[in-house]
Design a protein around this ligand. Structure first.
Ligand SMILES: C[S@@+](CC[C@H](N)C(=O)[O-])C[C@H]1O[C@@H](n2cnc3c(N)ncnc32)[C@H](O)[C@@H]1O
Length: 222
């Protein structure tokens, strides 16, 4: 299957929230849609791990393939990239991976149940480097609050970036959010993380340009 084989389902109908072929279209009007619960979305009942800002799903599909004992969810804003994740789901027969077309904070706040997720990942979120654009970054206090809400006790959040200013914001936001503790001592990140997963498209790009990568890891402790 190629990404273009996933047809946009709303050509002649209004956009509405729906689930089809391991894609959750969470971008439209809510209508009568109700979140069915993770167990209904996957064939096996097992820990749920979410990656926000999944891009083309390179890292995500590899992790889902290598960890069949978890149910993986990839949240992505751009439909073209959802198509790329979907083609990986189809071609590799990844029954434990769901692609979600939607905005990360919005989908989380509206649908994701409390204490229902074991791990959260955000790899190379858009850095919005201009100061006046920093408000568009996904790692914000309200997002951290939601992540804390959906994580199970001892659940973890991994945040990865090449952007020094964004790394500082990640540390600031996460250390201020009650109930999280950094798994790394000050400065609260490491620059190598063997076994983290295959390099994502952006990790590859930034490393080839000689940029340092910062991995932050926080645990829900309260
Ligand atoms: C720099 S790319 C990184 C993609 C991937 N994680 C990687 O490492 O290759 C950031 C991605 O986040 C998506 N994105 C940005 N803001 C988002 C949001 N609020 N919710 C979901 N996805 C978002 C963008 O569409 C883009 O695909």
């Amino acid at each position: 299957m190629r990404p273009k084989d996933l047809q946009y389902p709303f050509k002649d109908t209004p956009k509405r929230i729906m689930l089809d072929k391991q894609v959750w279209y969470a971008m439209g009007e809510e209508g009568e849609f109700q979140f069915p619960g993770w167990d209904r979305l996957f064939i096996a009942s097992q820990p749920v791990k979410i990656e926000y800002c999944s891009g083309n799903g390179l890292w995500l599909a590899e992790r889902a393939q290598n960890e069949p004992n978890a149910n993986w969810v990839g949240l992505e804003l751009k439909f073209d990239r959802i198509k790329k994740i979907w083609s990986k789901i189809e071609n590799r027969q990844l029954k434990n991976l769901l692609a979600v077309w939607g905005e990360g904070f919005d989908v989380t706040k509206r649908y994701i149940p409390d204490n229902s997720v074991s791990e959260v990942y955000v790899n190379f979120p858009d850095p919005w480097p201009k100061r006046r654009h920093a408000k568009y970054r996904i790692i914000q206090p309200l997002f951290a609050e939601q992540i804390h809400r959906i994580l199970q006790p001892e659940g973890t959040v991994s945040l990865v970036t090449d952007d020094v200013d964004y790394s500082k914001q990640m540390v600031r936001v996460m250390t201020k959010q009650p109930g999280f503790a950094s798994c790394y001592p000050e400065p609260y990140f490491v620059t190598e993380y063997p076994g983290y997963g295959t390099v994502s498209y952006f990790e590859d790009l930034w490393r080839s340009q000689g940029k340092g990568i910062r991995y932050h890891l926080f645990k829900k402790v309260l």
